[in-house]
Design a binder for this molecule. Structure first.
Ligand SMILES: C[S@@+](CC[C@H](N)C(=O)[O-])C[C@H]1O[C@@H](n2cnc3c(N)ncnc32)[C@H](O)[C@@H]1O
Length: 254
């Protein structure tokens, strides 16, 4: 995956992101509920904080703690900064965290690590900045996310296009092990969401910044319309079409 493209996609969507991400907030709320059972951390880092929804929830819950939100998209951070002045908003990459070893006792991340590219590198960095006994609690969209869309595009394409697929559970487990985390709890859940059409799904993906389906280019209008027919025929749901969102949840202690 091309990091600059991902970064630009999120920066462009920063102003619409909050309006279209009810699903992301639901997943964030579950992560929040899980982490607040922990002892109050003195320093917490939110990696890929986006517009800061979850970061702000933690700051409001633990006002005395040092809460840091990190993201590599300047546009997302600009929106986040307007929400809360008491949080350190840091521009940076999950794969090269600008912090010293062991300086956080909790590292959380909601739906960002699937874009990290080299997941082992990202988790190694996460482990490095955690203090002994610190926790990593994160969620990622998994491989089966939008599987109906990928299958329809694949069947409709007439040229060799490789679609960008997200890491699966086994890859996440491997990356955790490679970065030195032991005994992680990894859960997977699937949510199905209805859209009026494939076009509506694609517009939604664009408005949340996740529109980098392929690195090699586009299908073209004819193949897209073929893909839409395949999608409607094979994956009808409620009044339109269905899309799967696979969420991988990780909880592990250093
Ligand atoms: C789907 S959004 C999630 C944002 C937020 N955590 C939420 O729950 O709404 C993914 C975020 O991760 C950021 N991101 C993706 N790859 C990143 C990386 N390698 N380093 C830092 N941030 C990254 C994007 O810029 C984007 O803001």
């Amino acid at each position: 995956m091309n990091a600059t493209k991902i970064q630009q996609g999120f920066s462009k969507s920063a102003n619409t992101y909050d309006r279209f991400t009810g699903l992301h907030r639901e997943i964030a709320d579950k992560l929040f509920a899980q982490v607040i059972n922990e002892n109050t951390p003195s320093a917490l880092l939110d990696v890929g904080c986006g517009t800061g929804y979850l970061t702000v929830r933690f700051k409001e819950h633990w006002p005395q703690g040092r809460i840091v939100g990190l993201d590599f998209s300047p546009g997302m951070l600009e929106v986040a900064r307007c929400k809360h002045g008491g949080i350190d908003w840091v521009l940076g990459d999950s794969n090269n965290l600008p912090f010293s070893d062991g300086c956080f006792d909790a590292l959380i991340s909601n739906l960002a690590y699937q874009w990290a590219g080299d997941l082992s590198c990202a988790f190694t960095e996460a482990r490095r900045v955690l203090a002994p006994d610190g926790i990593l609690a994160c969620t990622l969209f998994g491989y089966h996310t939008c599987r109906e869309l990928f299958q329809s595009l694949d069947e409709a394409k007439t040229k060799a296009l490789q679609f960008t697929r997200l890491p699966d559970e086994a890859q996440v487990r491997q990356a955790l092990a490679a970065s030195g985390f032991e005994g992680p709890i990894v859960d997977v859940e699937k949510n199905k969401i209805g859209f009026n059409s494939m076009r509506e799904l694609l517009t939604w993906l664009k408005s949340i910044g996740a529109n980098n389906l392929s690195q090699e280019g586009f299908l073209g209008p004819e193949a897209m319309s073929r893909a839409a027919s395949i999608y409607h025929r094979k994956f009808p749901y409620l009044q339109g079409v269905g899309a799967t969102f696979e969420v991988i949840r990780v909880y592990v202690r250093k």
